[in-house]
Design a protein around this ligand. Structure first.
Ligand SMILES: Cc1cc2nc3c(=O)[nH]c(=O)nc-3n(C[C@H](O)[C@H](O)[C@H](O)COP(=O)(O)OP(=O)(O)OC[C@H]3O[C@@H](n4cnc5c(N)ncnc54)[C@H](O)[C@@H]3O)c2cc1C
Length: 210
């Protein structure tokens, strides 16, 4: 079986197929898994289903202990009128993971699982999509763009999710702090002339409150 793309989808499919006895080759255009997103925090949501997503992963033969994740059951939710509430979920609401090429990143965890299952990953490789059984090359065009700043802080781990049309029109912004690294991002539906201004005003909003 030939798979295009050694991201999370391609590597998950590769692990499942290899564990069912297939010979699997994954062709990745970049030099390593995670290179596309190096250093980004992303959230694995867990609040929309009764079953814990990590239990589902284990059922599929994927080990969530292969990468670092930080679970949250409570967040600061900042409403358009600047009121902050704290929705609480029983169990884990979501987990923050880091994308990238570091050992603790989710992409590298999936890579290790694939290699342990016997998958052959070809990095820096070009392969025609027609020659592949599974195309897992990620989204081509994204409808949303995230602008962000990374910083160092001694603030404890924390997540704020904000809905505010003045700071991120029609979309959202967020603050994530994990182990002394902070990320403030404003997400916009497309690149706008005032993108830089939205980010600066978003950063100022968080500075004032945290
Ligand atoms: C700014 C941003 C923030 C996001 N935040 C979140 C979040 O918080 N939570 C969430 O669940 N999702 C988030 N997403 C979506 C998330 O990125 C996807 O859910 C996830 O990465 C999809 O996995 P994938 O394997 O399909 O694609 P990817 O992880 O992008 O992997 C695709 C792989 O294919 C490779 N590739 C591309 N073209 C070729 C080619 N021609 N030949 C060979 N290889 C190729 C790429 O290099 C890459 O390694 C975010 C996306 C963006 C852009």
């Amino acid at each position: 079986m030939h798979i295009l793309g050694a991201g999370l989808s391609g590597l998950s499919a590769a692990v499942v197929l290899a564990k069912s006895g297939r010979e699997v080759h994954v062709h990745e255009i970049r030099k390593d898994s995670g290179a596309r997103f190096d250093g980004d925090f992303q959230g694995l949501e867990n609040w929309t289903s009764r079953r814990d997503f990590f239990d589902e992963m284990r059922e599929w033969g994927l080990d969530p202990d292969e990468f670092k994740s930080d679970p949250f059951s409570i967040v600061d939710l900042a409403h358009p009128d600047d009121v902050i509430t704290n929705p609480i979920t029983d169990g884990v609401a979501f987990r923050v993971v880091e994308r990238g090429t570091g050992h603790h990143c989710i992409d590298q965890g999936f890579k290790r699982m694939a290699e342990a299952a016997g998958v052959k990953i070809h990095y820096g490789a070009k392969k025609a999509p027609e020659e592949c059984h599974i195309i897992a090359a990620g989204p081509k065009d994204s409808s949303a763009i995230a602008f962000g700043e990374v910083f160092h802080t001694d603030h404890p781990n924390h997540v704020t999710f904000q809905l505010n049309d003045k700071l991120a029109p029609g979309a959202y912004s967020y603050l994530i702090i994990i182990d002394g690294i902070g990320l403030i991002c404003t997400c916009l539906w497309r690149k706008q002339k005032k993108s830089g201004r939205y980010l600066n005003e978003t950063i100022a909003w968080y500075e004032e409150r945290y």
